[in-house]
Design a protein around this ligand. Structure first.
Ligand code: NAD
Length: 352
């Protein structure tokens, strides 16, 4: 097949991890007989520097026409002045919203060879395989904001339609996995959460009677995620809870540098990016872990291009590189670890 992929390297380690990932996609193309075209555009801080805005119209236009979007990360100290009117993260929120990407899929599957990198006891991690589905275009991140000298507000709002569609996406994934869905809310305190719980209960009863549903409050979920992670299959939750819980869940996998994500909507175009940020502390050193971005590219193959065998081949290649202890510094013992390019090269070699 031929696919047009828009590439948005962004800031910090973004360009490094994306540059390391493109050869992996090229290796997939040559092994399976596809043709992928890559078109690079600006987003985030670099777009503010070059165009005065974090999401230039041409970037959005290109993303709309593409088959899929591969993104690095945005942000950094250069643009983080709290009084700044334009911020890199606005570009990210805007492109997700503009493309209608309401479901953010974040798989958490600790790799046996990397268990030692997690602060959690290895025996709790064996067999953990969780898919977190985070609502991405609603809730408090998008609500009206006010600010005076003495107070500030952020509005949290959810509609029935917004909850229904993300619960359906999560339930469909659960149906293809172990058939269990955990819906996370704060229904004992928040009205949006009570609506969330009602809608989730109804959608599951009417449309997914074969998938078991469990409700969990976000505070106890934060605890259970670490104390009994094996108990979870698919977790669905609202925007902010999902943001926080998935960073927590990354510790199950041992490093933020291992966690991939796919942001999907009703259509086929999606944005694929690691869950981590631009890591300014290691940017430019060539030591960032590229696996999260490579695994995001695997999700791109699976969800936007419907190339399941190709996606599985990339995942197997990363898995094999980890088995061989091809670790970047975040996973390796202190003072050790290979550079970004060598880690990516190990994946390319295994694909060939
Ligand atoms: P971060 O995820 O960038 O980094 C947190 C820690 O994890 C750092 O020590 C970093 O070195 C390490 N880390 C992250 N990715 C790594 C990788 N691939 N390999 C090795 N180590 C890695 O989070 P932060 O420091 O809180 O934020 C830095 C900037 O990134 C901020 O400007 C923030 O707004 C932005 N950010 C962007 C996104 C995004 O683009 N989706 C997400 C989160 C944060």
């Amino acid at each position: 097949m031929h696919a047009d992929i828009v590439v948005l390297p962004g800031d910090g380690i973004g360009p490094e991890i994306v540059a390391a990932t493109l050869p992996v996609l090229e290796a997939v193309a040559s092994r399976f007989g596809h043709r992928f075209s890559f078109a690079e555009h600006d987003i985030g801080g670099i777009a503010i520097d070059r165009h005065g805005e974090p999401l230039p119209a041409e970037t959005l236009e290109a993303a709309r026409k593409a088959d899929a979007v591969l993104l690095g990360a945005v942000g950094g100290p250069k643009w983080s002045d709290p009084s700044a009117k334009v911020r890199p993260e606005q570009g990210l929120l805007a492109i997700r919203k503009a493309l209608g990407l309401f479901a953010n899929l974040r798989p958490v599957r600790p790799h046996p060879a990397a268990l030692g990198a997690s602060p959690i006891k290895s025996e709790l991690l064996q067999g953990v395989d969780i898919m977190v589905v985070r609502e991405l275009t609603g809730g408090i991140y998008f609500g009206d904001k006010t600010r005076t000298d003495t107070e500030a507000t952020d509005l949290c709002r959810y509609s029935v339609v917004e909850i229904e569609r993300v619960v359906r996406s999560a339930a469909a994934l659960a149906r293809g996995r172990r058939g269990h869905l955990t819906s996370v809310d704060k229904a004992n305190v928040l009205e949006t959460s009570r609506l969330w719980r009602d809608v989730a209960t109804r959608v599951m009863r009417e449309e997914f009677p074969d998938v078991t549903l469990e409700h969990q409050l976000v505070d106890s979920m934060a605890m259970h995620l670490l104390s009994r992670p094996r108990a979870y299959d698919v977790i669905v939750t609202e925007n902010m809870f999902g943001d926080i819980l998935t960073d927590e869940a990354s510790m199950l996998a041992g490093s933020l540098g291992l966690l991939a994500s796919a942001s999907l909507g009703a259509g086929r175009v999606g944005i694929y990016e690691p869950i981590h940020g631009s890591a300014p502390d290691i940017a430019g050193k060539g030591i960032a872990n590229p696996y999260a971005t490579i695994l995001s590219a695997a999700m791109l193959l699976r969800h936007s291009l419907r190339l399941e065998a190709e996606a599985a081949a990339v995942e197997a290649a990363v898995s094999s590189a980890l088995d061989a202890k091809v670790f970047t510094a975040d996973l390796a013992a202190a003072g050790q670890g290979v550079d970004t390019r060598s880690a990516a090269q190990a994946v390319v070699e295994r694909l060939a």
